[in-house]
Design a protein around this ligand. Structure first.
Ligand code: COA
Length: 260
C-alpha cells in the first residue's frame, strides 16, 4: 500500500514505519494519523512482521506534535473528538498491539510526538533528541494520552514539572528519567533498534504478545493485572510455541518458534 505522509518497509522480520513530513517536522495531521493506523494494522496482521520500529524522517524531528494548523479554530466539541479519535486510531491502538513497537526518537518528540513514543512499547533516542509536552504553552493540555503515560513512565512529580513548564528535556535527561531506555548517536539509532528487534525475534512472538497484554493490564483501570497474567500464562500452555520452546530446551537445541 502506498501512503502520502508515511513510509513503511519490511525487512528481516522488522517493519519500519517512518513519518515523512520533514518540512512540517513530521507533525501529525489527521491524514497522517489515519495512514499510521493503517500501517500499524497491516504490520500487526502480517506474518512476516515480528517487530515494528516507528521513527521520523530527516535528522531534526521524530514528530514535533499534533499539527497545530489543523485544530487552531476547533470548538469544544471538535477538540474532544480530536483527542478521542486520535487515541482510538493511533495511541491506544499502538499500545495494545501484540507486535512489539520500538520508538526510535531521532530528534524533536514534542506533544503528540512524545505521546506516540510513549504509546510505543519502549523507546530509544539519539543524542540530538529533545522531548517535551508543550501543550499548555498553546493553552491546551496533552490529549493523546500524555497526562496518563508520562507519569507512568517518569513519575508524577517529573510529569507535573514537564507539563507545567512546557519545557524540553534532552536525551540524557530522558534516559535519567527512564523515559527512554538507551541513547546513541543518530547514525547508531536504527542499527541499535534493529539489533534489539533481532533479539526479540528469537523468542516466541505468541508469548511476547501475551506478555505485552499482561504488562499493559497493570495500567488499566478496573482490570486486575495479576488475573490477566494468570490467564495468559495458562493460555501459553496451549500454544505450539510453548511446545517448541520447552522441547528445544530439553533437546538442547535452539527453538524454532512457529509463531502459533
Ligand atoms: N504543527 C504544525 N506545524 C509545525 C509543527 C506542529 N506541531 N511543528 C513544526 N511545524 C512546522 C512549522 O510551522 C514550520 O513550517 P513552515 O516552514 O511552513 O513555517 C516547520 O514545521 C519548521 O518548523 P520551525 O518552527 O520553523 O522549526 P524550528 O527549528 O525553528 O523550531 C520547534 C522547531 C520544534 C521548536 C518548533 O517547530 C515548535 O515549537 N513546534 C511546535 C511544537 C509544539 O508545540 N507541539 C505540540 C503541539 S500540540
Amino acid at each position: 500500500m502506498s501512503y502520502k505522509n508515511i513510509l513503511s518497509a519490511t525487512q528481516n522480520g522488522v517493519t519500519t514505519i517512518t513519518i515523512n513530513r520533514p518540512s512540517k517536522l513530521n507533525a501529525l495531521n489527521k491524514e497522517t494519523i489515519e495512514e499510521l493506523h493503517e500501517a500499524f494494522k497491516s504490520a500487526e496482521g502480517d506474518n512476516n512482521t515480528k517487530v515494528i520500529i516507528i521513527t521520523g524522517s530527516g535528522e531534526k524531528a521524530f514528530v514535533a506534535g499534533a499539527d497545530i494548523s489543523e485544530f487552531a479554530n476547533f470548538s469544544i466539541e471538535n477538540g474532544g473528538k480530536l483527542a478521542a479519535k486520535g487515541q482510538e486510531l493511533l495511541f491506544d491502538f499502538v499500545e495494545n498491539l501484540s507486535t512489539p513497537v520500538i520508538a526510535a526518537i531521532n530528534g524533536f518528540a514534542l506533544g503528540g510526538g512524545l505521546e506516540l513514543a510513549m504509546a510505543s512499547h519502549f523507546r530509544i533516542a539519539s543524542t540530538n533528541a529533545k522531548m517535551g509536552l508543550p501543550e499548555v504553552s498553546l493553552g491546551v493540555i496533552p490529549g493523546y494520552g500524555g497526562t496518563q503515560r508520562l507519569p507512568q513512565l517518569v513519575g508524577k512529580g517529573r510529569a507535573m514539572e514537564m507539563v507545567m513548564t512546557a519545557g524540553m528535556i534532552d536525551a540524557n535527561q530522558a534516559l535519567n528519567y527512564g523515559l527512554v531506555n538507551h541513547v546513541v548517536e543518530l547514525e547508531e539509532l536504527l542499527p541499535l533498534c534493529e539489533k534489539m528487534a533481532s533479539k526479540i525475534q528469537r523468542n516466541s512472538s505468541v508469548a511476547i504478545g501475551k506478555a505485552i497484554k499482561a504488562i499493559n493490564a497493570n495500567y488499566k483501570d478496573g482490570v486486575d493485572g495479576f488475573e490477566i497474567e494468570i490467564e495468559e500464562f495458562g493460555a501459553c500452555f496451549g500454544t505450539k510455541d510453548f511446545k517448541e520452546g520447552t522441547t528445544a530446551f530439553l533437546e538442547k537445541r535452539k527453538a524454532d518458534f512457529p509463531g502459533a
